[in-house]
Design a protein around this ligand. Sequence first.
Ligand code: ZN
Length: 317
Amino acid sequence: MSTVAPQGLHHVTAIASDPQANVDFYTRALGLRLIKQTVNFDAPDTYHLYYGDAKGSPSSILTFFPWPDVPKGRQGAGMTTATAFSVPGSSMGWWHERLKSQEVDVDAPVSRDGEDVLSLRDPDGMVIDLVAADGDLRSGWDGVADIPAEHAVRGLHAVTLSERQLDPSASMLTDLLGMDLTGEDGDRTRFAMGDVGTGALVDVAAGVADRGWQAGGTVHHVAFRAPDLETMTRWQQELLSRGVQVTDVRDRQYFKSIYFREPGGVLFEIATDSPGFDIDEPLLELGRSLKLPPWLEPSREQIAAALPPLDVTPDVA
Ligand code: ZN
């Protein structure tokens, strides 16, 4: 795919246990907006919760499948082991204090790959990094009462893939997906998508011996942005012609998607920017009520009855 790289990260999807704890953590402690409350289209007895900025812009989105009784997963090779969001550099101290005061499991800030990083764990033990990125001019979500807009989380910054070996994964990122190798620091190698300024980095941590196990508190897949269906279809053909097994185009209601695995085992998705999250509810009401795609709407009553109750009352500024 020696054409153009994806236009950044589109979203990251992970597995959680208790949906209420997940909503409370991401909307209150971290201050993301719940932008969609729907179900897993492939398993509609499970919620699919989407968080992001005010309108759920691509590159701002983190989503979860909460399975209340899911066992805890294990980080390891072939997995996305950290998801990083950007915050202003001057906000790092503020975030450290806030997270400690909310009894979040957070480390002291460290410098890594030339960036200041605050590493924390969500209620399921999933690793979230807050990275100081002053060049990030995105505004984030300013709808949380006790998070001043100046400190708000801006959007996705990078993902870290843990791998046994660098080379096979690096080849796919550069040769097939058109990313540039932009830095190396010990076992960590950084790849960037073209000249997209923000939310467009993939870090590979190589030399990880043990394979991980995907369950609660681990990332399920990472999605990259395609500007439109035509570009995505072209990438799909290119992947197929290089012998990569890739799915047909799936309708995810808010975007269209294809899925494939990179050589180390991490599940990748390419997702279109449109139509976006206001296709089935007004921007002001995003995330307040259960939305279903047209093909599941006839089963709404059964689906809703099987889901655990969820309090999504926004903590409005
Ligand atoms: Zn996805």
